[in-house]
Design a protein around this ligand. Sequence first.
Ligand code: URA
Length: 439
Amino acid sequence: MRIYELLLKKRNGHELTETEIDQLITGMLSGEIPDYQIAAWLMTVYFQGMTDRETYALTQAMAASGETLDLSAIPGVKVDKHSTGGVGDKTTLVLAPLVAACGVPVAKMSGHALGHTGGTLDKLASFPGLQTALTREHFIKQVQEIGVAIAGQTGRLAPADKQLYALRDATATVDSIPLIAASVMSKKLAAGCDAMVLDVKVGKGAFMQEPDDARELARLMVSIAQQHGKQAVAVITDMSQPLGSAIGNALEVKEAIATLRDQGPADLKELCLRLGSQMLLLANRTDNVTEAEQLLNDALSSGAALYKLAQMVTRQGGAADCVYHPELLPQAPICREVLPSGTGYVQSIDTLALGLTAMDLGAGRGSKESSIDLSVGLEILVKIGDHVRQGQCVARVHANTAQQAEAAVRRAEQAFVLCETPVETRPLILDQVSSGSKA
Ligand code: URA
């Protein structure tokens, strides 16, 4: 079918066939279909949505668009973990060594920051010398030998996602449920895991703003996994406030290290225990949640999980002394306090604004070409529901110049809304969807 007819069909609300979706993806990759027609299709999908059948076909076409990874040389069930992206989400830095310390292999492919949300690869760059551009052989051998590796996803894995994402970013079509589901799942399927735990974030700092949308995204991703014969669990978690306290690369690494020492923030630990226990269950390490949590807690308190991180950093060429001396990690020269203008209970936190403030400071990329300042960011010292007094420090800004620090303090001040009456605290974990369960 001509692309024009295909666009017309979708625009008029009809379902595209698997062959037609394949035609779109192969035509985009070969350059036969120009960007403007792909962009028009994306916008139509944004408004018309996609049927599950269309989303399965898109995921499959994207997953098959490049190389795939074969992890069969690594013994055991390989469970991957993915977050749809949030502010202050440093969970992978904790979970990968933690789960590996419990005897479950973690072969993790990670990405760079997307928009205001951080990326594990950028955070890991805080360890001087650490390499994430690992060869396939290095990646697999490292997991065989020490049980964990985090590598950068090469452009050769699901290249269609890279191309589509750039167009989505430029055409305001990122926050479409089927497009996010296909983007995430195509990468997971190409990366060769046997099972996966998905962290679907919802709230001001996430791509999904409404719990029902997050549930739908979770249902769809789990159903795509099932379609490919893989087990999946999706945990829906709150992103109406930053996770933990640190936002920004080296700051988040320090917080992850504190968590691996069992001295981290309660919300980050809670999430790591939930996601980690689901990973242990999917890997058949144990068959009950209580024992899974016990194994994880033991790995934290014994220092085994922290040691696993040090081992991973060493094997990837990084300075592992930073794991035991986090003060050696990049540190910004200027630190300023954010003080609220009144007294009251924290009613809301504009998490998106805080993510953008960290980006302004240099913690994220404004464009593909810009570089990242690993040392800068924010520490958020209050949670929704906390009571604050006038003059109490609610956040700290870490900056490289006084001018950037002042601008960030002014922007961050606006992010905290106080009210006079007590505010109900929010649960971090809102729901869970598993293969076989009804969403
Ligand atoms: N994360 C992804 O990998 N893709 C999206 O589309 C959104 C979040």
